[in-house]
Write a protein that binds this ligand. Structure first.
Ligand code: AP5
Ligand code: MG
Length: 228
């Protein structure tokens, strides 16, 4: 029997800080994070059949097929979150098809669970700067997130991940061309997604995410009525 109280969607453009904020919530609030991007990269590294298809998609900066993502999410929810109070969906749903399937999934398995969306808003110009300077842990079980801007651009090659000690790398979709493709994709789907949430009466809370992560986290605490 699941103990999940709420499911929280972090909705935002590539580089808006979904992963960074999710990790802070996991560390400080003991929430669980489902990142479909992290799962995709794990499949690629494991060389599974799905992984081969995903690899091609990630390299093009486009979206993985809805059915592949939906199966991935269903499997994760069925096996990973039995004892979580709050679950973050980081980077899912990204299309109305995914959102509809997810709501249907909730109706079947998570009947009394609250659904809420936080939309992280960051200007595209800042997104490009963030993604061009992002480095991540090379260990696909970890994928901790860093920034050259914070580590010092000449130094990141020599640093190891604070969490697991593996080396740091650039994500191969963080090139100027692919950042652009991902942003185009994001803007293509976002209005329809927001309209869908409005139509089903799901609360969407806008957050200014063009501020330090600690400030964003404090705003989340405020909306969640959590005092620390
Ligand atoms: P995914 O891995 O989810 O990538 P994304 O959505 O493009 O988002 P990012 O992970 O790039 O950014 P983020 O918002 O997590 O920012 P981060 O915290 O890292 O997906 C990758 C690919 O997988 C997709 O393109 C697609 O192909 C496929 N995919 C995944 N989910 C899918 C789905 N549902 N459907 C179909 N396909 C799917 O931060 C970025 C940088 O900014 C870091 O360097 C960080 O240190 C820095 N930073 C973070 N917050 C701040 C802040 N507040 N101030 C300053 N710097 C900050
Ligand atoms: Mg991410």
């Amino acid at each position: 029997m699941s103990s999940i109280r709420q499911i929280i969607i972090f909705l935002g453009a590539p580089g808006s800080g979904k992963g960074t904020l999710s990790r802070m919530c996991v560390d400080k609030l003991d929430w669980k994070q489902l990142s479909t991007g992290d799962l995709c990269r794990q499949h690629v590294q494991a060389g599974t059949e799905i992984g081969k298809e995903i690899d091609f998609t990630l390299k093009s900066g486009t979206l993985v097929r809805d059915s592949v993502i939906i199966d991935m999410v269903a499997q994760w929810l069925a096996t990973q979150v039995q004892d979580a109070d709050s679950v973050i969906l980081d980077g899912f749903p990204r299309t109305v098809v995914q959102a509809r399937s997810f709501i249907a999934m909730m109706d079947g398995s998570f009947e009394n669970v609250t659904l809420k969306v936080y939309q992280l808003i960051v200007p595209d110009s800042e997104i490009v700067k963030r993604l061009s300077s992002r480095v991540v842990c090379s260990n696909k079980e970890c994928q901790a997130i860093y920034s050259e801007r914070l580590l010092g651009s000449s130094e990141w090659h020599t640093k190891k991940c604070d969490v697991c000690g593996h080396s740091l790398v650039k994500r191969n979709d963080d090139t100027v061309e692919k950042i652009h493709a991902r942003l185009v994709n994001y803007h293509h789907h976002i209005e329809q997604l927001l309209e869908y949430y409005r139509n089903i009466g799901c609360q969407v809370i806008d957050i200014n995410a063009d501020v330090p992560t600690e400030e964003i986290f404090q705003e989340i605490l405020y909306y969640e009525r959590i005092t620390q």
